[in-house]
Design a protein around this ligand. Structure first.
Ligand code: ATP
Ligand code: MG
Length: 286
């Protein structure tokens, strides 16, 4: 049998959908039948294992899976021997300290000698140590946000995205202690054959990410505006310039970054660009 890589992904939760989308965007087809623990890709040497996210770093460290997708928070908290090989940019969230809304919290030292409930004792204790705060960490596995209202602790440390859970439990966010996103992790000693498959996968992921961050832009401009317009366009290399049937006009094509987008569009219009088209890029091979 030829070499295959085993990829651990979250079975169902906040990482699952984006993980599956990324894999699909990498052109990998597989049949993700519901409730199936294992499935094989049809057109890539990979097999997928659907697991609870907390178990993924351990399975990758043990070599049961070769690589996996997890939140960086879980990666740090589980403290398994795996390599972080690529940042994936989705499932972004923060781990924050929160206290009852009525507290007049001013600074971190206010938490000295206080009790803090969390599912992330390692990340929290590292943070507290770094800031020389001595507090009593209560590890609980779920519903951390109710701990203060039932009198278990004075504060909590939990994942926040919008803050509405904190709000509805009478809490306010006071410090961000860690920012997380989904990451690709790998077993530290992959066989050369599997490493090669991983490299191929990372190459595809980078192409997908680059494409998402960029747009293809086409516009028409009078010839005498070309110099100014090309100076506004920070393309991959130099822009493509094609003459139009109409005398004195050209079509200019380039690639622009998603973030610079609106500023660039305004500047282009001011420089005389017309008929501007901005289209998504499916893959961008660097
Ligand atoms: P499992 O059943 O697999 O153990 P879980 O309930 O522990 O799942 P999820 O809530 O699905 O975990 O979250 C998975 C990961 O997604 C978290 O570890 C974190 O990295 C990220 N995450 C958590 N909450 C959010 C959020 N509100 N927005 C974005 N990402 C989040
Ligand atoms: Mg979990």
């Amino acid at each position: 049998m030829s070499e295959m890589i085993r990829i651990a992904i979250q079975k169902s939760g906040r990482l699952s959908e984006d993980s599956l989308n990324l894999i699909r965007e990498c052109g990998i087809q597989f049949n993700n039948g519901t409730g199936k623990l294992k499935s094989e890709a049809a057109n890539f040497p990979a097999e997928f294992l659907s697991l609870r996210d907390d178990d993924i770093p351990g399975y990758v460290a043990d070599g049961v899976a070769d690589i996996g997708i997890v939140g960086e928070n879980v990666l740090i908290e589980t403290h398994q021997k795996v390599d972080l090989v690529h940042r994936l940019g989705f499932s972004k969230c923060r781990l924050s300290l929160a206290v009852p809304r009525g507290d007049d919290y001013r600074q971190l030292t206010d938490l000295h000698q206080k009790r803090i409930a969390t599912s992330y004792p390692r990340i929290l204790s590292n943070f507290l140590q770094e800031h020389k705060i001595e507090a009593d960490i209560h590890e609980i596995s779920g519903s951390v946000e109710i701990a203060p209202s039932i009198g278990l602790t004075d504060a909590i440390c939990d994942i926040v995205s919008s803050g509405s859970t904190l709000m509805s439990n009478g809490l306010k966010e006071v410090e961000v202690i860690f920012r997380s996103e989904a990451v690709l992790i790998a077993h530290p000693n992959l066989s050369p054959a599997r490493q090669q498959i991983l490299d191929k996968l990372i190459f595809r992921i980078k192409s997908v990410q680059a494409a998402k961050n960029n747009k293809y832009i086409l516009l028409n401009a009078p010839k005498d505006a070309v110099a100014q317009i090309t100076s506004i366009l920070p393309g991959m290399k130099s822009p493509t310039i094609v003459p139009l049937a109409e005398e004195g006009w050209v079509s200019i094509h380039s690639v622009i970054n998603e973030n610079a987008f609106w500023d660039i569009i305004d500047n282009l219009r001011a420089a005389g660009a017309q008929g501007i088209l901005v289209v998504p890029i499916e893959k961008m091979i660097m």
